[in-house]
Each structure stands twice: as structure tokens, then as C-alpha cells.
Design a protein around this ligand. Structure first.
Ligand code: A3P
Length: 288
């Protein structure tokens, strides 16, 4: 996979979408408000799903209020150049998205009371989802093949650098009360239960019908059909809609349809090496 890039603090960023200035601003100058809610992920881990859920919770399940704007305008990526000014015009409480690793995240966050929801996903499915996604990103040269893409992923040469470093960095916050840690797969298994947990974390009281509505409007099918959630309104210089879509399959375990046995063994070996000194285990370590 190739794209015009530069490095900021050891992490690879796409030129045009980010600049040295936008990242320096995001890290050192951006003002976090106490009532901000941050949706943080490594790309392709369920970011847009969480955006939809949290916006629906904010509006007590009312989709006519929660989805009046396309998702990237409701919950912009604060580090991206195109949202630099826009983010300051948002009504509070702001629901803001970020793919930044922990060491580049807004310094002012750590002095605030703002909350973070961090969603993780089996890295094998992240690889598959990103492999397909790079084909629709207009400014990317698609990967030669799946093997070469996997190599890029392992070496942190994809979007937002290394998945391994992203996870390790953010896990430093796992015991913080302002940090809600969840996996894409838990969301698939217990969508409603996680919505209830999120309401509690965010201090939002929703009745049963409102919770049902949050769940109903954030299913894969609802989001795929909703032009405010499915990225069909993304500008063509970012997404080429003729080549695919954001809402691709929405399942867990699609990696089994893409990895050969050799690739699976290879990835397991690399995974163990990279995570060997990391004092935390994840369900996907048993499921391979
Ligand atoms: P697939 O490519 O595996 O289908 P992100 O939002 O971080 O870019 O992640 C995109 C992935 O999340 C895509 O995975 C997409 O289909 C999936 N996704 C988005 N909304 C979802 C939902 N409501 N339910 C299940 N999966 C969802």
C-alpha cells in the first residue's frame, strides 16, 4: 500500500489530510472541554459504529436529531486539517473522533474531565477491513496483494502507524474512570447491553424504548441504509464510492476468508513477538 505520507513523532500520516501543523495543534494547542466525549480507535475497529451509538444516546434515541448531519460532521476527526476550524463551532457536548495514538493525543485532555470511549477489534479483522478500505480511498495506491498489505500492517506502514503501539499506548488508561474500553466483538455479541453500559458511563438516563431506538438505529443494516451514516456523502477526493463502501460486511471472523494457513501462522508468531512483554491479554489471542 502506498500513499503520500510524512512522519510525526514516529507515526505515518497521509499528506493532505494532515499536516505537521494540524498534528502539532491537535497535540499541543487543542482545547479539550470537560464535557467532551472522545471516540478513539485504531482505524477499522468500529469507529463509525460508536459514533452512531453515542450520537443516538446524546439525543435519547431520536434519529431525526442524532443524524441530521453526515457522521464525520457530527463527530469530526479533530486532528484532520479539514475540521480544524469547524470543531470550535460545534455545540456542546462535543462528540469528537480521533485515531491518534496515546502519545500524540491532546495534552489538555489529561488535565480535563472529558471522557474517552476506546474501541478495539481483532487485529486480523482490522487488517481485512483496512485492506478493502484502502481500495476506496481516492488518494491511495491500493496494495499489490493481501500478503504485502499484511506486511505493511505489521510494520506500521498503514494509516496511523502500528496497531500494536496504538493498543499498548492506550491501554495505559484502562483503569481510568474516564476511559470506557470495549471491543467490536463485544458490541456484536451484546449490542443492547453495551448501549446500557455506555449510557451509564456517559451519565445519560434513557428509558427502555429510547435504548431500543438507539440499538435499532445503530444496527449494521440501519447504518448501511442511512446516507448520514454510510459515508455516501463523503467528497470524491476522499472516497471513491464506485469501488466499495464503508459498511462492507460488519461481521467478526472475516479474516478466516482471507488468511491462508501460512499467513495465519505467520501473523500469530509476529503477534506473540510484538506483545510478549505486554501485561494484558485479549480474547483474540485464544480465538486464532
Ligand atoms: P468491515 O470492513 O469488516 O465490514 P471504522 O468505522 O473504524 O472505519 O470501521 C469500519 C468497520 O466497522 C467495517 O467493517 C464496517 O462494516 C463495520 N461497521 C460499521 N458499522 C457497523 C455496525 N453497525 N455493525 C457492525 N459493523 C459495523
Amino acid at each position: 500500500m502506498s500513499f503520500d505520507h510524512f512522519y510525526y513523532k514516529g507515526v505515518r500520516f497521509a499528506k493532505g489530510m494532515y499536516t505537521e501543523e494540524s498534528l502539532n495543534h491537535a497535540e499541543n494547542e487543542f482545547e479539550v472541554f470537560d464535557d467532551d466525549i472522545y471516540i478513539v480507535t485504531y482505524p477499522k475497529s468500529g469507529t463509525n459504529w460508536m459514533i452512531e451509538i453515542v450520537n443516538l444516546i446524546k439525543h435519547k434515541g431520536d434519529v431525526t436529531k442524532s443524524a441530521v448531519l453526515a457522521s464525520q460532521l457530527r463527530s469530526p476527526w479533530y486532528e484532520a486539517v479539514r475540521f480544524h476550524e469547524y470543531i470550535y463551532k460545534m455545540d456542546p457536548p462535543r462528540i469528537i473522533t480521533s485515531h491518534l495514538p496515546h502519545h500524540i493525543f491532546a495534552k489538555s485532555y489529561f488535565k480535563s474531565k472529558a471522557k474517552i470511549i476506546y474501541t478495539m477489534r481483532n487485529p486480523r479483522d482490522v487488517i481485512v477491513s483496512m485492506f478493502h478500505f484502502t481500495k476506496i480511498l481516492s488518494f491511495f495506491t491500493p496494495p499489490e496483494n493481501f500478503q504485502s498489505f499484511m506486511e505493511d500492517f505489521i510494520q506500521g506502514k498503514t494509516l496511523y502507524g502500528s496497531w500494536f503501539d496504538h493498543i499498548k499506548g492506550w491501554m495505559q488508561m484502562k483503569d481510568d474512570k474516564r476511559f470506557f474500553l470495549i471491543t467490536y466483538e463485544e458490541l456484536l455479541q451484546d449490542h443492547r447491553g453495551i448501549v446500557v453500559g455506555l449510557c451509564k458511563f456517559l451519565g445519560q438516563e434513557l428509558d427502555d424504548a429510547q435504548i431500543d431506538s438507539v440499538v435499532k438505529h445503530s444496527t449494521f443494516r440501519s447504518m448501511k441504509e442511512n446516507p448520514m451514516s454510510n459515508w455516501s456523502q463523503m467528497p470524491p477526493d476522499i472516497i471513491d464510492q464506485s469501488k466499495g463502501c464503508l459498511m462492507r460486511k460488519g461481521i467478526s471472523g472475516d479474516w478466516k476468508n482471507h488468511f491462508t494457513v501460512a499467513q495465519s501462522e505467520y501473523f500469530d508468531k509476529i503477534y506473540q513477538e510484538k506483545m510478549k512483554d505486554f501485561n494484558m491479554s485479549f480474547f483474540w489471542e485464544q480465538s486464532s
